[in-house]
Design a binder for this molecule. Sequence first.
Ligand SMILES: Cc1ncc(C[n+]2csc(CCOP(=O)(O)OP(=O)(O)O)c2C)c(N)n1
Ligand SMILES: CC(=O)[C@@H](O)[C@H](O)COP(=O)(O)O
Ligand SMILES: [Mg+2]
Length: 633
Amino acid sequence: MELESVKGPSDLSALSTVELEDLAEQIRRRIVDTVSRNGGHLGSNLGSVEITLALHRSFDSPRDIILFDTGHQAYPHKLLTGRNADFDSLRRRGGISGYPNRAESEHDWIENSHASTALSYAYGMAAAFQVNTDDPSGLPLRRVVAVVGDGALTGGMAYEALNNIGHRRLPIIIIWNDNGRSYAPTISRLSSSLTKLRLNPSYIQARNRIKQVITDLPKVGNRAVNSLANMTSALREVIEPRVFFEALGVRYTGPIDGHDISELEYALAGAKEWNGPIVIHVLTQKGKGYPPAEDDELQCLHDLKVPQALSDVEGEPPVSYTEAFSKELVRIGRENPSVVVLTAAMGGPTGLLPFEAAFPARYFDVGIAEQHAVTAAAGMAMAGLHPVVAIYSTFMSRAFDQVNLDVGLHGLGVTFVMDRAGITGDDGPSHHGVLDLVQMLSVAGMTIFVPSSIEELRVQLHLAIEIEGPSSIRFSKTLAPRLIRGGVGVGLEERIVREGSSNTVIVGIGKMLVPALLAADLLESDGREVTVIDPRVIRPCPTAMVERLARADYVITVEDGLVHGGAGEFIAAAVHAVNPHVLFRHLGVPTHYLPHGNADVLLTELGLDGLGIARAIRTFLAQTEGQVRRAEF
Ligand SMILES: Cc1ncc(C[n+]2csc(CCOP(=O)(O)OP(=O)(O)O)c2C)c(N)n1
Ligand SMILES: CC(=O)[C@@H](O)[C@H](O)COP(=O)(O)O
Ligand SMILES: [Mg+2]
């Protein structure tokens, strides 16, 4: 069967094993081809092809619910549910999402790409189907299936859900998609013990032989007992997961080969008969069928766009903020032995691997467990270390309570480094890092740095680590401009990057300094010389900046984060305490879930590019000219 002719799961039911294997190959080619052009998740999707085929042949989606944890492995699901024709638009503005999307298909349920949520959704849905037992259709109970990766299973929510699912004995089928990796080898005793079994048929056959020996034991006598003693280690590796899940009240079966569709369908048929929660432990190969993707470096492909840098340093290739952070952190690690780093399974993407290589004992990957990472850092700070916790802005939301009360309440010296701050683009609404400024401003005593260039990032990282209390630094998913105009700031002071003669000041926060300066250039052609300030630090609000803004008539703040409760409003409150008559206009991200697409395109749509900012300022001034009342102060 040709992939193009698959319009939905019902087209799969009559396919033979050979036809299925051929279709799997077509799906792999389609994914590799599209991701190589559009970017996206390669390893995870190539690893979930057979699982997805078996699920859509064994269940009746969307009547039966098929949930994908994290959702980054759902490309085969999309191709098999009628979206092959649209697949070329993957992750493009206006195109199909890189994650399940309810507006795209009735077969899609979870749009949130944050890991470890699927089992909680499954609990809720299975419980709802039990409550609504008077289903008029007379059809059997709707089944709920959750595909959960071994990485996602290291998240706290997954354990919370497992506990409840087992306790309530809800008939949920859990596919534990175990490829032994997140970005790196998964931090999981449950999973690592099976490394040898990872898709090595001889080990899986050995496991089956061990089971047979146990069964035949009474007939064989001492010789088997001795050989059994040698085999108990392999047996233990296979038994441990069973003990873990069944202690929670969840039946365990496996491990099975996650690329053998017949074996998968056999296990699914058995699971459907099991009256209660059951986990099918499936061993898969990340990147299966495309060797370059079989490591985790190709977890997610994307190309970093060169920002509208105003003045690149001649001759030096542009680097990303991540790379600049990564290198400076190693330097700091050499100078300061109390500095340790923590990651939640994202050591590679957050640039921590060089630090790990240099100081392995001071590198902590806790798995996809942001809450635990933050509070573990609090413990380390209490014990005299200075932890640097590197977590994407969007994932930091998950640990807000821990930041606020486990670190902030105790005033501990922990530095939070939030990469992917602001609109990140291709990964859509659950990846834009637009909440971190609002959240960090809610934590009393948190020093908040917003670097606008590589040089500033380096200086501010050193400052943050020297601060005794909590501190945070945020930067975007871009190559970083080398803004040398005006030099690098000092301490916790702002930088006047462009001095104008008018009474109008633009405060360009972090990455937004670049479009702010472009807007100033455009306004100059109107004959309006505006001042542009790089605040560098949001809290404590730089004193000299507050005084400078209190003398202005009009102040426009620009941030790559939510406007409501954001940095601009915080700055305005500080200025209005000095001069309540200064007129502010805050530009930033509205409180909406923004779609996926190129970050610069999304920023332009929001009016956060240079032209958009200039337009907004012209409108603001036209609306307010003459309203200004000079304060006596
Ligand atoms: C809360 C949260 N933290 C971090 C991430 C980033 N992330 C995306 S995929 C991934 C690894 C997932 O590993 P696994 O569940 O084993 O799936 P696999 O990629 O191996 O198929 C991580 C850490 C995330 N999506 N959500
Ligand atoms: C699915 C997920 O959460 C991550 O893989 C994310 O897609 C990575 O984003 P970057 O591409 O910005 O590293
Ligand atoms: Mg995995």
